[in-house]
Design a protein around this ligand. Structure first.
Ligand code: PMP
Length: 385
């Protein structure tokens, strides 16, 4: 018998990043600047707390919304770091990665036919998530001239005033763009004026290298229409532990929990112990990783400029987004540089059409490898000049 696949599954193309990993895996001399995860090990204290929890046999489910102690720690952390006030009992849900939280939100708030505006270039999971939920995607292009920040003009041009939901991700994957408070303010006003719900993925908030991260939920009238996503994968280098969370008004988080309690039950217990310790005692580890990312960022940006590739000043996350030299599409460049020089980068069009002509280059890799990778990129550009 042949499986009959659902239309929703068939509509979503396979991940564009995967293909490059497959080519990269064929050889052993590849330096990958393609990955979206920290190269650092999880801070020891967090790992130790996870081990201790296992030794003590703490391997049962937790409360659906996550351990209360962890929700309290998250409430304190987001209040302290980002000026966000959420009640641990009703307004926070702990999930299996921010990924689960994003998926829950699409399923809880998107009706078939609803329009979800997504600022692009964007993280690759939003569009499939909207389609799985039965919604329609409205891409809202951002422009390099605006430092890839979302603008009201961009929203208007795309017709986002008619949308039901707006998805934002700052600091941004894949561009490394940030949105300072003065640029977020008009976006908040637009959301209020057109009655948009905002899903704000702030998983890279700690990885902000200029100024302080501002959450759109802190603007007047925004808390009641915004869900904020965050997690432990990036700042705490805990990708494989799969732990994230969502913050929002009680009714909204309750709706997400309704799906979560039937589909996930609770986020991984061992990871919750690690996360509790991460918030409790790993602030210095985070500071140290952030300062190393920043050094790498400055190095990579300056090397691209030396090589003669245009690159905008990425100020957050761990990506930069240089322009592909003339004569190549993004995909051709990425494929050729991988085959000829053994450097893996991701073509920008994977993150939406507006990303064409760019590459996503991750600097979540040690400085030594970054040095070698940039030397190989330079050789490639010279060979093809
Ligand atoms: N949002 C963005 C913007 C990301 O880049 C990622 C990870 N690549 C995620 C969410 C998913 O994170 P998690 O590991 O917490 O599911």
């Amino acid at each position: 018998m042949e499986f009959e696949l659902s239309d929703r599954v068939q509509t979503v193309p396979p991940s564009g990043i995967r293909r490059f990993f497959e080519i990269a895996e064929e050889r052993d001399d590849v330096i990958s600047l393609g990955v979206g995860e920290p190269d650092f090990a999880t801070p020891w204290a967090a790992r130790d707390a996870a081990i201790t929890s296992l030794e003590k046999g703490k391997t049962s489910y937790t409360a659906n919304r996550g351990k209360r102690e962890l929700r309290e720690a998250i409430a304190d952390y987001v209040a302290d770091r980002f000026d966000l006030g959420y009640d641990p009992d009703e307004e926070i849900i702990v999930t299996a990665g921010a990924s689960e939280a994003v998926d829950l939100a699409f399923r809880a708030f998107v009706n078939p036919g609803d329009t979800v505006a997504i600022a692009q270039p964007s993280y690759i999971s939003y569009e499939p998530g909207v389609i799985f939920a039965g919604g329609e995607v409205l891409p809202v292009p951002t422009r390099e001239e605006d430092e890839f920040r979302l603008t009201v003009e961009g929203l208007e041009e795309a017709g986002a005033d008619e949308a039901d939901v707006l998805v934002l991700c700052y600091p941004n994957n894949p561009t490394g763009a940030i949105m300072p408070a003065e640029d977020l303010e008009p976006i908040a006003e637009f959301a209020r004026e057109h009655d948009l719900m905002v899903l704000s993925d702030e998983i890279y908030a700690e990885l902000t290298y200029e100024g302080e991260h501002t959450s759109i939920a802190t603007f007047e009238g925004m808390r009641e229409r915004t869900i904020v996503f965050n997690g432990f994968s990036k700042a705490h280098a805990m990708t494989g532990l799969r732990l994230g969370y969502a913050l929002g008004p009680a009714e909204a988080i309750g709706a997400m929990n309704k799906i979560h309690q039937y589909t996930m039950l609770s986020a991984p217990t061992t990871a919750q112990y690690a996360a509790l310790e991460a918030l409790d005692s790993c602030e210095n580890d985070v500071r140290e990783m952030v300062s190393q990312y920043d050094r790498r960022r400055q190095f990579v940006l300056s090397r691209f400029r030396e090589i003669g590739m245009d690159v905008f000043e990425a100020k957050g996350a761990f990506y930069c987004f240089p322009e592909v030299p003339e004569g190549f599409t993004a995909e051709e460049f990425a494929e050729d540089v991988l085959r000829e020089q053994g450097v893996a980068v991701v073509p920008g069009d994977v993150f939406g059409d507006v990303g064409e002509g760019h590459l996503r280059v991750s600097y979540a890799t040690g400085l030594e490898d970054l040095r070698e990778a940039l030397a190989r990129l330079e050789a490639f550009v010279e060979d093809h000049a």
